[in-house]
Design a protein around this ligand. Sequence first.
Ligand code: GLT
Ligand code: MN
Ligand code: MN
Length: 388
Amino acid sequence: MSDYTPKPEHKFTFGLWTVGNIGRDPFGGPVRDPKSPADLVRLLGEVGAYGVNFHDNDLIPIDATPAEADAIKKEFRKALDETGIVVPMATTNLFGDPIFKDGAFTSNDPKVRAYALQKTMNAIDLGVEFGAKIYVFWGGREGTETDSSKNPIDAIKRNRDAMNFLCEYVRDQKYDLKFALEAKPNEPRSDIFNPTTGHMLAFIETLDYPEMVGVNPEVAHEHMAGINFMHGVAQAWDAGKLFHIDLNDQYPGRYDQDFRFGARDIKAAFYLVKFLEDVGYDGSRHFDAHAYRTEDYEGVKDFARGCMRTYLVLKEKAARFNADSEIQSLLKEINADDGSMSGYFGKYTPEKAKSLKAHAFDRPAIGARGLQYERLDQLTVELLLGVR
Ligand code: GLT
Ligand code: MN
Ligand code: MN
C-alpha cells in the first residue's frame, strides 16, 4: 500500500483565503462562519499542510488599529509555533477595496497608484516579518471593461514602474525576497492586462531587475484561457522563472471555479505533477482553491486533504509511468535517432546549410510512419485508471 500522507518535504501550502473561503458567490451570501487566521492555521495543521500564505488583509483587516494588528499577529504567531506551519509566501490585496475598482498600479488616478505602492510596501514588511521568501502579485483589477478608459501602453508602463519601485524597495531593505507575477485573463475585470504566463514572462524581461522577478502560474487561470497549463509552466521553468505555482482546477469557458486540485482534468493534472517531479521543482505546491459552497468545515478539511492526496497519488503514477517498460520502450522508439542527421544540427555553418540543402529526403516514407501515440495515450489512461 502506498503512503499518501502529506509531509513537510512535499511543501504543500494553502492561502488563508482558500480554507478560509466562506462560500460567498455573486448570487448568494456566506455559507460558512469566518474563522480567525490562527484557527485556520490550526485547521491546516490538522490536515497535515506544510505552509500558509496570506494577503495583508487576510491577516489584518484594512482598517485595523495598530493595537488590533499587534494582537492578531501575536495570535497568528502562536498558532504557527504550535503547529509548525511556516509562511513561505505573502501577497497584497489590491482588489477588494473600492479604491481599487479601476486597478491599483495601473489605475488612471495617481493617488490610487501611490496608495497601492504604499499598501504593498507595508504588506511586504508584514510578509517578511513572518518569513515569506516569495511575494506574489496578482493584479485582478488591473484591466478594463471599456478600452476607451485606458491606454494599454500606459498600463504596461505603470505596471513596470511599480515593479521597478518595489524591487528597489526590497533591495533597499535588504530583504531576501523574490517576486512572482500571476496572470489571469479575466474576472473580476472584463480583460486583465498580461493575461497569461507567457505575457508575464515577456513583461519581466523589460524590468530593471528581471532576476528578482518570476511567475506564479495558476492552473485555473490558463484553463480559463483555454490553453495547456503544463506547456506554460514548462516555458517558465525553461526561463528559470518558476518561482511558485497555484494548483487547482477549472472547466474552460466557465466562471472562476478554483476547484480542488485534480477535480476536473485528471490527465492535465497528471502531466503537470509529472513535469514538476521530473524536473525537480522544489518550490511550494500551493493549492489556490476552495471547497464547494455545499460544504461545512469538515468538508473544507476533505477539500484540503483531497488536494494533497491527489497530488501524491499522481506523483506515484508519474513514477510508475517512468518505470513502465511498455511505455518506456514506446517512448524510446518514438525518439529513436540513428545519428544520420546529426551533422545538420547544432550551430549554423554555411557548409552545413549547403549540404542540408543537397540532402534528398524520402518525404512520403517519413510521412507515412505511424507514431503509435494512440497506444501510448491508452497506456497512460489505463495507468491513470488503475488497471496497469
Ligand atoms: C485571489 C485570486 C488568486 C490569487 C490570490 C493572490 S487572490 O484569490 O483568485 O488566484 O492567487 O492574490
Ligand atoms: Mn484563481
Ligand atoms: Mn492564484
